[in-house]
Design a protein around this ligand. Structure first.
Ligand SMILES: NC(=O)c1ccc[n+]([C@@H]2O[C@H](COP(=O)([O-])OP(=O)(O)OC[C@H]3O[C@@H](n4cnc5c(N)ncnc54)[C@H](O)[C@@H]3O)[C@@H](O)[C@H]2O)c1
Length: 283
């Protein structure tokens, strides 16, 4: 990893865009133009860990979420540790919200070097009775949101001929994980396909696109979604013998966001303690 860029030590409390742009912490001369990373769904869980990590690596992180209050809290916490962070309201389920947020980013920062498509939802139902409204909501947020954010970000990246599009898919997009993930698993498989398509078109312009496929990670999402019985069975199927940490997903995102990952594009990388590779354990 490149050594961290100098960061501002002090700064006013974080405010959402556009006012935050005016009140942003003064930058040192070396950090006059840090790379800008927008992370969706960054208020809590994996997204928050990625925002923290990229800020540690010297990027100016835009902590976007549909929950602006929670995003502001996370951005403030990053600023308190000396990182550059700006909260932004962005609902990836709404094309209008996405367009407005990226217009604001373009106006304020004039760049978006790294996009992490992290926001996602998951609910499980038996396949036979899978409700259409949840299918549509899941596809809209997990897949269409990723498409639209990637398009907006790529337009800004293209101007500098450098960019990193990273999508948090799931190991459930590479193989089935138990039952009930009709919409979730399909949406994540499609996200992996989408990253390949973007890579095929934009790598030539210096913009890479990759998917991270996490195994289970303890976050507010899985605390609700995973029952104790599911948790036990899932853990038994993972060679590492445990759930992953949000920081372990963030470490992969930090690598893919770096200059060192210039030759990685169109990949789907499991970060899952060996779960995808292992198959039937104990056989
Ligand atoms: N936790 C896991 O085990 C796991 C495993 C594989 C993949 N993932 C994926 O990682 C990503 C993050 O998961 P998590 O567990 O941290 O989730 P989480 O539910 O704990 O946090 C998700 C965040 O996204 C925000 N969000 C939800 N819908 C949004 C929308 N429409 N627009 C903007 N923000 C929205 C929420 O407000 C929240 O801050 C998701 O895409 C998820 O599918 C998670």
């Amino acid at each position: 990893m490149p050594s961290p860029r100098p960061r501002s030590k002090t700064g006013p409390a974080t405010k959402p865009l556009p006012s935050a742009a005016k009140s942003a912490a003064p930058l040192t001369s070396k950090a006059a133009s840090p790379r800008v990373a927008l992370i969706t769904g960054a208020a809590v869980g994996i997204g928050a860990a990625i925002a923290k990590r990229l800020a540690q690596d010297g990027l100016h992180v835009i902590v976007s979420d549909r929950d602006l209050k929670a995003a502001t809290k996370t951005a403030n916490a990053i600023q308190k540790t000396g990182g550059l962070a700006t909260p932004l309201e962005l609902d990836v389920g709404s094309a209008e919200s996405i367009a407005a947020a990226f217009a604001q980013v373009g106006k304020t920062f004039k760049r978006c070097d790294v996009l992490v498509n992290n926001a996602g939802i998951a609910k499980t139902y038996p396949f036979i009775d899978f409700p259409l409204d949840n299918w549509n909501a899941t596809m809209n947020i997990n897949l269409t949101g990723t498409l639209l954010c990637s398009q907006h970000a790529a337009r800004l990246m293209r101007k500098r001929r450098w960019g990193r599009i990273i999508s948090i898919a799931s190991v459930a997009g590479m193989r089935a994980v138990g039952s009930g993930r009709t919409a979730y698993g399909t949406s994540k498989a499609a996200v992996i396909g989408l990253m390949r398509q973007i890579a095929a078109e934009l790598t030539v312009e210096g913009i890479t696109a990759n998917a991270i496929a996490p195994g289970p990670v303890d976050t507010p999402l899985t605390q609700v979604l995973h029952s104790p019985a599911f948790r036990k069975a899932y853990t038994a199927a993972i060679p590492a013998g445990r759930y992953g940490l949000t920081t372990e997903i963030a470490a992969m995102a930090a690598f893919l966001a770096s200059d060192q990952a210039a030759y990685v594009s169109g990949a789907a990388i499991p970060v899952d303690g060996g779960f995808y590779a292992a198959g039937a354990r104990g056989v």
